[in-house]
Design a protein around this ligand. Sequence first.
Ligand code: A3P
Length: 309
Amino acid sequence: DKAFGRDNSFLEFNPGKCLLPPSHTLFAERILSFDVREDDIWLISFPRTGSTWCQEMIWLLGNDLDFKSAQTLPQQIRAPLLELSSLMFQHKDVLQKLFPFNDTVEFVDKMKSPRFIKSHLPLDLLPTQLDKVKPKIICTMRNPKDMIISFYHYCRIFHDLSIPLEDFCDLFLDDSTPMGSVWSHYLGFWNKRHDENILVLKYEDMKKDSAGTIRQIAEHLGKNVTEKEIGDIKEFLSFSNMRENKACNLEVFIDTWKGKNYYKRSGDHFIRKGIVGDWKNVMSEEMAEKFDKWIEENTRGTGLNFEEV
Ligand code: A3P
């Protein structure tokens, strides 16, 4: 209970599956019955799987490589997180200071087509129309051993997490961290990976071959793109460039919320390290073994695997 400083209540909505703040009840029905459009482009992911990076690839491909807007307009405006108002309900003032919306569900509902929409919700909490209307959907996934290290740092910023990494890992293995079960999230989409409108990408592949990933997304979206343009996108979205880009590094967002210069002072950056295999630097051997066993048990027979890194 003491793990999440300001935010024990985060774990109250939908226990055992997707843990969200109780304020999600105010949005849940509206999200489930949300009007989906055929030309929407959805990015759906468990947090810390490379979704901000992937979202930039998608948005640039869908917007004629508008690098200028990608540097000046926050990603939250170009491709809003549908449930942001639910997650930030206790901190509406932060959203109001920064963005032209009080309510992200309403804002996204009124956006002009084609809409770029992001969500961290699992399939069963997302609009039921996704299945019927079948807009383009892209999902990112990542080896849980790396994802958890990244999530630990994220929760320190966003949920005042104050426990050691090992304890956090145990909570995660018990599906008891914000957003709950990573497997119910991953497998919901993994099992639909053969649907024509769904593209599943893994962070490890995005790192290994960013150009190939951009090409794959372009193909999925039906966009013609030259090799030169792919190279330009790749370069624009290099880790070091993205880390400096205030339109997607959340520096302004976090400083508005936590106080000026918090971002630089804390060292817990949203765009943090950007490597594969960071778990090896910080995870005990015993914990890594627990993870391996847990990953094996939860992916057995599903065809989902994560390259050993
Ligand atoms: P790390 O914390 O391991 O560095 P999400 O956007 O889904 O929350 O995922 C965040 C993770 O993606 C973070 O991982 C972040 O650093 C990484 N990331 C963001 N932009 C990246 C980029 N351009 N290249 C590589 N990794 C990136």
